[in-house]
Design a protein around this ligand. Structure first.
Ligand SMILES: Nc1ncnc2c1ncn2[C@@H]1O[C@H](COP(=O)(O)OP(=O)(O)OP(=O)(O)O)[C@@H](O)[C@H]1O
Ligand SMILES: [Mg+2]
Length: 161
């Protein structure tokens, strides 16, 4: 496996739309930077399913993504509130970042119950869903699956498709 282009600060260019990639991240910072770069290419309407075990780095990814959208506020796992909406001010199309922790949800219906339908797949929003397995079939449109796997210590294998 190769170190992915774009992970180095002065690295090679990224493809215009990042999909079907396998990346090795060696640190929290690298995961953060990867997500930040992906966010900078976001068009609006994307739904990111962030899949991975406890402590894999889903929230780190969400933080980097938020930074890439110019969000300055602190991002934490919305474990108890289930969904958090952050205003995006630095983008023409994207106005909201919707961060969902589906760990405590039981089906896609629960997503509607918490008000996520206002954001899922909407052009003026990006959704990041932690524990997407809990809400299978939440959306098919514009879905990007990011799988983060523990490799060793600070190393993670990140697949995007
Ligand atoms: N390469 C890496 N990428 C991301 N996080 C890493 C990496 N190496 C170590 N870490 C650490 O792993 C932890 C990831 O925590 P994070 O909260 O993002 O996990 P999570 O997948 O959101 O877990 P949860 O399911 O509990 O919400 C952090 O403590 C981070 O510092
Ligand atoms: Mg988390």
């Amino acid at each position: 496996m190769v170190r992915a282009p774009g992970l180095h600060p002065e690295g090679h260019r990224f493809e215009s739309y990042i999909t079907h990639m396998k990346i090795i991240s060696h640190s929290e910072q690298e995961t953060f930077n990867l997500a930040r770069k992906i966010a900078q290419k976001a068009k609006g309407g994307e739904v990111y399913a962030l899949s991975g075990d406890l402590g894999a780095g889903k929230t780190v990814f969400a933080r980097g993504f938020a930074a890439g959208l110019g969000i300055k506020r602190n991002i934490n796992s919305p474990t108890f509130v289930l969904m958090k909406i952050y205003p995006v001010r630095a983008n023409k199309t994207i106005k909201h970042l919707c961060h969902i922790d589906a760990y405590r949800l039981r089906s896609a219906k629960d997503l509607t119950a918490i008000g996520a339908a206002d954001y899922l797949g909407k052009k003026n929003a990006i959704c990041l869903i932690e524990w997407p397995e809990r809400v299978k079939n939440a959306t098919k449109k514009n879905k990007i699956v990011v799988t983060i796997k523990h490799s060793n210590k600070d190393q993670r294998i990140i697949k995007i498709k």
